[in-house]
Ligand binder design. Structure first.
Ligand SMILES: C[S@@+](CC[C@H](N)C(=O)[O-])C[C@H]1O[C@@H](n2cnc3c(N)ncnc32)[C@H](O)[C@@H]1O
Length: 432
C-alpha cells in the first residue's frame, strides 16, 4: 500500500502550533533555532507565523469570541494554536496564501487524534473569518492589549501614547547594539545608524547576530537603546567601585566595565550568570562575578555607585516579547513590587556617603517605576538626584518633570534610523 505523503509545510505548521501552544500555557516565546528547523525559509515562516499570532493576540481573541459561540473547546490539544496561526496568516500575512492557511490548519487538526473531531469547526471558523476579513483587520489598535493594561496605560500615558504603543507592538523591535568608541568603518559594515551615545541601530539584517561584523572580535553587544541609558546616567567618574545588582546577562555590567569602573556583577541565577561571564569574556571586559540572592547578600565593601535593574513585569519589552502583556496579571506585578522594595532597602546601606543609586525597570507599570521611586525617596533617606533634559540629547521628551526617565515603546528614538524604544523607568538618588 502506498503511504500518503504529508503536504508540504505541514510539519513546520505543527512545530509552529506546538510552540504557540506552549506560549499560550505561559512559556516565553523563543524563536526557532537552526537545529529545530534547518530550512531557512521554513524557519523564517514559522517564526513569522508565531510572532504575528502573538502580536495580534488581542485581535484574535475578539475574532475567536465572535465565531466560537460556545467558547474554546476544553482539552483540545493544539486546536487553539492552529486556529490562531491560521487566522494570523489569513488576516495579516496574505502573501502566505489564504488557501494554505485553511488547508494546513484543517489537515493538521485531522491528523491528530486530540483534534480530529474539531477539524470541521476550524474550517467553519476560518471561512467565516475569511468572509469578514476586512472588518477584522479594522479592529481598533488598543484592543491589542488586555483591558486591564489598556486602561492603566491610557490613564498613565494618555490616548496618543497608547496608540503609539500598539503600533510599536505590531512593528516589533530593530536590533540595537552598544558599540563603545564609535568606529565609522564598523558601523558602516554593520549597515547601522547612530541612535544615542554608544547605541547603533540595525533595521534590517540578513544573518544571525553571531555572523555580523565585529561580533567574534567582541566589538559590541546587543542592548536596546533604552536599556543602555541607566548605566550611562550613573554619571560617575571612572574608576569608581560599582555594584551591578541583578546583573545578568550583563549589558549594564559591560557598559560599566567599558567605562573603566571596577564592577561587581551580582545575580541570583547561575545560568544567567554563566551567560554574563561568557559575554564579558567575548568582549574582553572584566567584572567580579557573584552568584547570590541580593536579599540575603552582605557585601564586604561599600560602593560609589549601585545600579539596581530590578526584576519586574518586563511589560516595556513587548515589542520583542509580545507575550508579556498577556502573561502578567495584577497579582504578579504586586509580588514584584514587594521584591523590588526588599532589594532597594538592602542596597541603599551599601552605598558610600555621596554614592549614587540608579533604580530602573523595563516595566510600564507606574507601581514598579514612578511609585517605587517615590517610596524610595520617602523611606530610605536617599536624596533624589533629578536627571536633567540636557543629559539625554535628542530624547528630552523622556525626562519627566520630577527628573525621572520614562521611555515608552512608541516613543521615537533619536537618530536617522527612526524606530522606537523599549519602555524603561529610571530614577537616580544620592546618599547624603
Ligand atoms: C532585568 S534582569 C537584569 C538585566 C541586566 N541588568 C542586564 O542589563 O543585562 C533582572 C535580573 O534579576 C535577577 N534577580 C531576580 N531576583 C534576584 C535576587 N533576589 N537577587 C539577585 N538577582 C536577582 C534575575 O536573575 C535577572 O537576571
Amino acid at each position: 500500500m502506498k503511504s500518503k505523503k504529508a503536504p508540504p509545510g505541514l510539519a513546520m505548521r505543527q512545530q509552529a502550533a506546538e510552540r504557540l501552544a506552549g506560549v499560550l500555557r505561559g512559556a516565553n516565546f523563543a524563536p526557532f533555532s537552526l537545529s529545530e528547523i534547518p530550512d531557512g525559509r521554513d524557519r523564517a515562516t514559522a517564526n513569522r507565523l508565531v510572532t504575528t499570532a502573538l502580536r495580534r493576540h488581542g485581535h484574535l481573541d475578539l475574532a475567536l469570541a465572535r465565531y466560537l459561540e460556545r467558547g474554546m473547546p476544553k482539552r483540545s490539544g493544539p486546536f487553539e494554536a492552529h486556529l490562531r496561526l491560521a487566522l494570523a496568516q489569513l488576516l495579516y500575512l496574505p502573501e502566505l496564501g489564504a488557501h494554505s492557511a485553511l488547508f494546513l490548519a484543517v489537515e493538521a487538526l485531522r491528523g491528530d487524534n486530540r483534534t480530529q473531531h474539531l477539524a470541521k469547526l476550524a474550517n467553519a471558523v476560518l471561512r467565516r473569518a475569511q468572509a469578514d476579513a476586512e472588518d477584522l483587520r479594522a479592529l481598533p489598535l488598543p484592543a491589542l492589549f488586555p483591558e486591564r493594561l489598556r486602561a492603566a496605560w491610557q490613564s498613565a500615558y494618555g490616548e496618543a501614547a497608547l496608540g503609539g504603543m500598539a503600533e510599536a507592538l505590531l512593528q516589533g523591535a530593530p536590533l540595537d547594539l552598544t558599540l563603545p568608541g564609535g568606529d565609522p568603518t564598523l558601523i558602516a559594515a554593520l549597515g547601522a545608524g547612530p541612535v544615542l551615545f554608544d547605541t547603533v541601530r540595525i533595521l534590517e539584517r540578513d544573518r544571525s547576530v553571531e555572523a555580523l561584523p565585529g561580533y567574534a572580535e567582541g566589538r559590541w553587544w546587543v542592548q536596546d537603546a533604552a536599556a543602555a541609558l541607566p548605566a550611562r546616567l550613573l554619571g560617575l567618574e571612572a574608576p569608581a567601585t560599582v555594584l551591578d545588582l541583578c546583573a545578568a546577562p550583563g549589558g549594564k555590567s559591560a557598559q560599566l566595565a567599558a567605562a573603566g569602573h571596577r564592577v561587581t556583577a551580582l545575580d541570583s541565577d547561575p545560568e544567567r550568570m554563566a551567560r554574563l561571564t561568557g559575554n564579558l569574556d567575548r568582549l574582553g571586559l572584566a567584572a567580579i562575578p557573584v552568584v547570590a540572592d541580593a536579599l540575603a547578600f552582605t557585601p564586604t565593601e561599600s560602593y560609589d555607585g549601585i545600579v539596581l535593574d530590578a526584576p519586574c513585569s518586563a511589560t516595556g519589552t513587548f515589542r520583542r516579547h509580545p507575550e508579556v502583556v498577556w502573561h502578567r496579571d495584577a497579582a504578579a506585578i504586586a509580588s514584584r513590587v514587594a521584591v523590588q522594595r526588599g532589594l532597594i532597602e538592602r542596597s541603599v546601606s551599601w552605598l558610600k556617603s555621596g554614592g549614587v543609586l540608579i533604580y530602573c525597570v523595563c516595566s510600564l507599570e507606574p507601581a514598579e517605576g514612578e511609585e517605587q521611586a517615590k517610596w524610595l525617596a520617602e523611606h530610605t533617606g536617599l536624596a533624589p538626584d533629578p536627571i536633567g533634559k540636557s543629559e539625554l540629547p535628542g530624547l528630552e521628551t523622556a525626562v519627566t518633570a520630577a527628573g525621572y526617565v520614562r521611555t515608552l515603546p512608541g516613543m521615537p528614538a533619536p537618530g536617522p534610523h527612526g524606530g522606537t524604544l523599549d519602555g524603561f523607568f529610571i530614577a537616580r538618588f544620592r546618599r547624603r
